[in-house]
Structures are given as C-alpha cells and as structure tokens.
Design a binder for this molecule. Sequence first.
Ligand code: AVJ
Length: 331
Amino acid sequence: MDVIIRSALGLDRDEHETFLADVIAGLSDNPKRLGAKYFYDAAGSLLFEEITGLPEYYPTRTEMGILRRDGARLMGELAPGTALVEFGSGSTAKVRVLLDAAPSLAAYVPVDISAEFLGAEATRLQDDYPHLKVLPVAADFTSLFELPPQVRGRPLVGFFPGSTIGNFEPHEADAFLRRAARILGPASRFIVGVDLVKDERVLNAAYNDAAGVTARFNLNVLDRINRELGADFDLDAFAHRAFYNAARSRIEMHLQSLARQKVHVVRRAIAFRAGETIHTENSYKYTIDSFQALARGSGWSPFKVWTDGLFSVHALVNQAVDDGRQMADDR
Ligand code: AVJ
C-alpha cells in the first residue's frame, strides 16, 4: 500500500529533532508541560487500546454503540461517489462501522501522522473492502494537508471520532474545525465524536482506572523520552495524577514528581521540586449546546446529534455552499 506523504512542513521534517525541541521547551516552561500527541509511540498506542476496553473508560464503548445504532442515519443520504476522510485514524474499528452502514461510499482517506501504522491498517482495510478506494495520507491532521488528487471533485464527508477534539484548547478546536472546513470544501459534511460533561465521579474514574492502565499510559511518555532522547527519568519517582477541572470543563492529566530531583535530557539538567507536576494532557468535555456553538462559529452548521447521555456524535454541514461565487473564488 502506497502511503502519500503530504506534510505542510515538507518531506524533510525531522520528527526526532521536533520531539527533542518540544520536550526541552515544555520541561523548561513553568508550569512544565508535554504534548499529549507524544503518548502514542508503539507502547503508548497499545496502552491506549487497553484503556478503551477498561470498565471505567466509557467513551470508546459508548461511541461505538452510537455508531452501530445510528450509523446509517448519521451518514444520511450520500451522493454517489462520496469519499470519507478520517482525521487521525489510530484504529479502523469505528470507521468499519460507518463503512458497513454506508456501502455506497467510494473512497476512504485515512489521515495519520504514523505512516507505518497507516500502511498496515490501510492494507487490512483494503483487503476487507475490495470495492472501496483506500487512499491513506501520512500527514499531521492538525496542519493544512492536501487530499489525494483522486478525491478532488467528489462529495466529501469528514470523520473525527473518539473525542480527540477534546485534546485541543478551545481556540485550537476552533482553528481545527475551520481548517477542516477548508480542506473538505463547500457542501461537505463532518461527523465528530465529542465526550460530554457529566458527573465528576464518572469522569474521574475514567482517567483513574483501578487496574492502573491509564497511569502506565501517562508514565510511558517519560519512558519514551528516556528511550528516544536518552533522558534519565526514574519512572518510580513520578506518579500519575488525573482530575476533572470543572471551571474549565476538562480532565487534566499530570505526572507529579514525588521528590526534589534532577533529570537529564541530553546534556540539559531539569530540576523538579517535590510535588511539582508536568501537565501531560487536557481532555475537554462539552455539552451538546457548547459543542454546537463552537461548530457554528467555526464554519459548520450542526444538523443532527446522536447521544446516549454519556457521549455525543455530531453531524455538521459546511456553511460554505458550492455556489457560483465559491467557484469564481477558485478560478
Ligand atoms: C484519545 C484524547 C480521546 O482524552 O479520553 C484516555 C486519551 N487519556 N485516557 C481521552 C486518554 C487518558 C483520550 N483521547
């Protein structure tokens, strides 16, 4: 399976250098921070898969339930030749539910930063759906990437499941939705999975599972920094902390230093106070209204929402209409 590399930053982007620079910048900041996207190396991706099966972690299970129950209605009446574009396609479990519900889809474009993973998953998917054109794109879906030429002119429907949008700051979520509207173009649709504000006990339990998998997932980023950047984090000297910040409608994950200590990343010494934390993730929660308001302000009109009370799946339509004025702009 050929994977099309289309990063806005070009082909020569050195992931390792970027990782190192981000880690040094984040650990030199006050408060210290690391980007949530760095959780997902091979070990972290496996740990996340394990999280999705935990009894306390409801989002994956409930979203799958909604997709199974309402998949066909969610996809609506698809124009012939419609292509589905998935933003960040870690696992293909969810999109398979949509593909089964909408057999008339002509093409599937998974967009993911991990070219290797993308190639393997896309090949399996192509084998299972021989009549579907599978056109993987290796790109950072948070940047302005280009769609493969084969889907140009086709009706497009975007798919962004898993409440990954919750990892963005609200202003970043706004920028992402605007960019997606530009990428997908006039008259496109967008299906977005969004976790809901709810009882704090349910939220806190989902990020503090009894089996300690979320703790291992969080701590794995330090292990990754040790392995890939030659740092000397002592994983026993940090503890997983996760809590709901109601004022900001978000779960925060941190790694808390259990002692005053120094850690080295390459030749840099990073000092930690006892109790000091590295902020590793935000997972924003929305109400149906707060998400629809965000979408409306970012180029999308909400036209339908499906929910089970815990999670929501929104169907949006691009506010830009494919009219003459739009076409004149393109010329
Ligand atoms: C993949 C970002 C949706 O925020 O629930 C799970 C990641 N972090 N447990 C989430 C995560 C801790 C997850 N998202």
